[in-house]
Design a protein around this ligand. Structure first.
Ligand code: C5P
Length: 237
């Protein structure tokens, strides 16, 4: 994989035109664009299509979490858009994950798209060990992440989202082909913002990340295209 193909730029905005302009600017220097709940709640499928028309692959990060039938229905609903990566919560359980994966494969074939990677969110990085206790989970975050990662790999997921510090344990709990999609990436010397545990692009890929989700270091740069190019270059060391 080319270094630039590993980069998905997170466009955390509600403005379709801003997202389209940035996607055009970044075409060819990143692997794709991540659109999340904020963008999709504001702009829906039309917003997705407008960004996808730039030719950029799209990671649709809606973190589905519901009963198996409803998650399968949601995946059927977004399948015509042809996302490259989707997210679901592994806490939805084994059957939900299996149904999500099967539905993604069936629907992609029906619409003539490649099967999207269905990736799992384990424990949100906003939760710590005391939050786990508060919701009645006795395990510490790391153990629960490893358990859910293994469960995802056993139940048809293509990969998972994990923080930089979880890369090694996620890889150890799964298999070499499991795609590790990693946010919390900061080029050396750039502002961490609200990200508490960050890693450079080079270190994250060295540790085993497949895809790097990078937002503000690109979107807030004076020259986003140059910033993305510099990040891709830095991955080569
Ligand atoms: O701007 P920044 O590079 O921090 O953006 C990272 C992106 O990854 C945002 O869209 C954020 O919501 C997402 N994300 C994250 N940490 C997680 C999961 C997702 O930063 N644990």
């Amino acid at each position: 994989m080319k270094p630039s193909d590993r980069i998905y730029c997170a466009l955390d905005t509600v403005e379709t035109q801003k997202a389209v302009d940035l996607a055009k600017t970044l075409n060819g220097v990143v692997g794709g664009i991540k659109l999340g709940l904020e963008f999709y709640c504001a702009n829906g499928a039309d917003g997705f299509k407008a960004v996808a028309e730039t030719g950029m692959p799209i990671f649709l990060d809606l973190k589905f979490h519901d009963i198996p039938n409803t998650v399968a229905g949601a995946i059927r609903a977004v399948a015509p858009l042809g996302p490259k990566i989707l997210t679901i919560h592994t806490q939805g359980g084994p059957e939900m994950m299996r149904r999500a994966s099967e539905t993604a494969a069936e629907e992609a074939a029906k619409h003539g798209h490649a099967k999207p990677w269905v990736t799992g969110v384990t424990i949100l990085t906003s939760l710590d060990d005391s939050d786990m206790k508060a919701i009645g989970v006795e395990d510490v975050v790391a153990d629960q992440v490893a358990r859910l990662a293994a469960l995802g790999a056993e139940n048809g997921l293509d990969g998972m989202v994990c923080s930089p510090r979880e890369i090694s344990l996620a890889r150890a709990a799964t298999n070499p082909d499991f795609k590790l999609v990693v946010p919390g990436i900061r080029p050396a010397g750039s502002a961490a913002g609200d990200q508490k545990r960050v890693m450079t692009p080079f270190d994250a890929v060295e540790a085993g990340a497949d895809v790097l989700v990078i937002g503000r270091p690109i979107t807030q740069a004076d020259d986003p295209r140059a910033a993305a190019e510099a990040i891709a270059k830095s991955i080569n060391g």
